[in-house]
Design a protein around this ligand. Structure first.
Ligand code: UD2
Ligand code: MN
Length: 285
C-alpha cells in the first residue's frame, strides 16, 4: 500500500522545484491601470493569467518552494483594490509563487482595526490551507521592482522599505508597516498582532516590539529592490490613544493577539480574483 501511495504521488508531482531566483525578471514593473474600476473589468483584463478560484495561482512548469498567503485588510477602497489586483497577480505569477490573495473586509462601520483584520485573515486562511508564510499587505502599495521576491523569509521581513510617497526613504528604522512577510511559526510565536488598536496608527510599531521581544530580527531587501508606489486615498483620523497602547503593549503580548481574537465571519467566498472574508469585529471593544 505504501509503495502504491508513493508511486501515485510521484506521478502526480513530476515537477522539479522552481529555481531560487525566477527567470525573466528585469528589475522594473510597469504600473497597470484598470480600464474601469470594477472587479469584473479587472478579472477580464487578467483572463490571460488563468487564475484559479479564490485568487489562487501556482506555477505550471515547476514546483513552488512555498505556499504563500497575501492578507489584505480592507474597507471602502475599491479603486485601490482594483489597481492592487491588476498589478499583483501578474507580479506574483511571474515570481513563480504558489499564492492566494485574501481580502479581509471589516463589515461594521466602527473605527477601522487593521491589525485585527490581519489576525482574522491569518486564522481563516489556515483553515483552508497550510500556508508556510504570510504577507500582510496594505491595499495601496504596488511593488515597482519585480526582483522584490515574495519568498518565505527566515526572519520577519519588512518589504515596503522605499515608498515614492516618502521619497523612497525609510521614515524611521523600526518601521514595520505597509507590507511585511512572516513565517507561520514566527507569527504564531509572537501571538499575531494586538487587537487593541482602533483607528489609524501604532499597530505596526506594536508588531515591531513583539518581533524584538521574541529575539527575532526585522530584515529588509536593499532599497533599490524594495520599492513601492503608494496609491492615493483619503487620510484616516489618527488614534489618539496609539502611544499609550504602544507603551503598555509589552505587558499584553501574551494575552492580546491570536489567542483572544473574537469576530464573526459574515461571508466567506471564493471569488475569481481573491478569497473574500467579510468580518464583524463588534464583539469586543
Ligand atoms: C500607514 C502604514 C500602514 C499602517 C497605517 C497605520 C506604511 C507604508 N503604511 O499607512 O501599514 O500601519 O499607517 O494604521 O507604513 N484601510 C482600508 N480602509 C480604510 C482604512 C484603511 O482598506 O478605511 C486599509 C488599507 O489596506 C490601507 C491600510 O489599511 O492601505 C492602511 O491604512 P492607510 O493607507 O489609510 O494608512 P497609511 O497610508 O498612513
Ligand atoms: Mn496608505
Amino acid at each position: 500500500y505504501n509503495n502504491i501511495q508513493t508511486k501515485q504521488t510521484n506521478e502526480k508531482q513530476p515537477l522539479t522545484p522552481c529555481p531560487q531566483t525566477p527567470p525573466d525578471l528585469n528589475g522594473t514593473m510597469r504600473l497597470l491601470v484598470p480600464a474601469q474600476e470594477t472587479l469584473e473589468e479587472v478579472a477580464q483584463q487578467l483572463s490571460w493569467l488563468r487564475l484559479l478560484e479564490g485568487g489562487h495561482q501556482e506555477p505550471l512548469d515547476c514546483r513552488a518552494r512555498y505556499k504563500i498567503a497575501i492578507i489584505v485588510p480592507y474597507r471602502d477602497r475599491l479603486s485601490n483594490l482594483c489597481t492592487f489586483l491588476l498589478n499583483m497577480h501578474p507580479f506574483l505569477t511571474k515570481q513563480q509563487l504558489d499564492y492566494s490573495i485574501f481580502i479581509v473586509e471589516q463589515f461594521d462601520d466602527g473605527l477601522f482595526n487593521r491589525a485585527m483584520l490581519m489576525n482574522v485573515g491569518f486564522n481563516e486562511a489556515l483553515k483552508l490551507r497550510d500556508f508556510d508564510c504570510f504577507f500582510f499587505h496594505d491595499v495601496d502599495l504596488i511593488p515597482e521592482n519585480d526582483r522584490n521576491i515574495y519568498s518565505c523569509p527566515d526572519q520577519p521581513r519588512h518589504m515596503s522599505v522605499a515608498i515614492d510617497k516618502f521619497n523612497y526613504r525609510l521614515p524611521y528604522v523600526d518601521l514595520f508597516g505597509g507590507v511585511i512577510g512572516m513565517s507561520r511559526n514566527h507569527f504564531q510565536l509572537v501571538n499575531g498582532f494586538s487587537n487593541m488598536f482602533w483607528g489609524w496608527g501604532g499597530e505596526d510599531d506594536d508588531m515591531a516590539s513583539r518581533v524584538k521581544a521574541h529575539d527575532l530580527n526585522i530584515t529588509r531587501y536593499t532599497p533599490n529592490v524594495a520599492r513601492y508606489h503608494m496609491l492615493t486615498h483619503a487620510k484616516q483620523k489618527a488614534n489618539p490613544k496609539r502611544y499609550e497602547k504602544l507603551y503598555s503593549g509589552r505587558k499584553r503580548f501574551k494575552t492580546d493577539g491570536l489567542n483572544n481574537l473574537e469576530y464573526r465571519v459574515k461571508s466567506l467566498k471564493q471569488l475569481p480574483l481573491f478569497t473574500y472574508l467579510l468580518v464583524d469585529l463588534t464583539g469586543r471593544r
